[in-house]
Write a protein that binds this ligand. Structure first.
Ligand code: SF4
Ligand code: SF4
Length: 193
């Protein structure tokens, strides 16, 4: 009888001690610095600026330098890209009447941008693509049909197209060269605030 009362009291004591032990962990969070941060408005640096080199974010297309070659559409293993590039009956010039990318399906493998001859289709550092319907996640780059880009012999001289093409070629160069990670990390550290 005495030993069962003793056991009961010990259990009661353990229960009270356990409750206080648990509460002490909870209470300690009132005086502790939080580990979490309010995203995105209270991050010290824009998250996009902290992403590694060659980050494969949501795809972008510069229609001005798209030749309509369909290489990206063919390279995509899961048919995210749909391009319509009919020939204008009168001029025989190629038009781009549709260039859609389904970013809900895209797995960001980069195969489409690798084969693009002009860097027209490329990854960005954008990653916040959530939306309320799958339909709205199809990015439609053609509003009105446009002429497909025809590469010139020699340098591009059109002042509106030349900088876009230069940028496209920079994208291609960035992916073509092996990355010197030591140099890259050093540059990142130096650029950090
Ligand atoms: S990144 Fe990959 S999955 Fe996405 S569109 Fe390009 S080829 Fe298709
Ligand atoms: S984005 Fe590039 S690969 Fe795709 S059709 Fe245009 S030029 Fe060709």
């Amino acid at each position: 009888m005495v030993s069962s009362i003793g056991r009961y009291l010990k259990h009661a004591k353990d229960a009270v001690a356990t409750i206080f032990e648990g509460l002490s962990v909870t209470m300690s969070h009132f005086v502790r610095k939080p580990y979490t941060i309010q995203y995105p408005d209270r991050t010290a640096v824009r998250v996009q600026d902290t992403l590694p080199l060659r980050y494969r974010g949501i795809l972008e297309v510069d229609l001005e330098i798209c030749t309509g070659c369909l290489a990206c559409e063919r390279a995509c293993p899961i048919d995210c890209i749909v391009i319509d590039a009919p020939k204008d009956k009168a001029t025989r010039a190629m038009l781009l009447s549709r260039f859609d990318i389904d970013i809900a399906k895209c797995m960001y493998c980069g195969l489409c941008s690798e084969v693009c001859p002009t860097g027209s289709i490329h990854h960005t550092t954008e990653f916040e693509g959530a939306d309320y319907s799958l339909e709205s996640m199809i990015r439609r780059f053609v509003k009105d049909p446009v002429l497909a880009y025809k590469a010139k012999k020699g340098e591009e001289t059109d002042p509106l197209i030349a900088p876009v093409l230069d940028r496209g070629m920079e994208f291609l160069a960035e992916w073509a060269e092996p990355v010197d990670m030591k140099k890259y990390k050093k540059e990142q550290e130096e650029a950090a605030p």
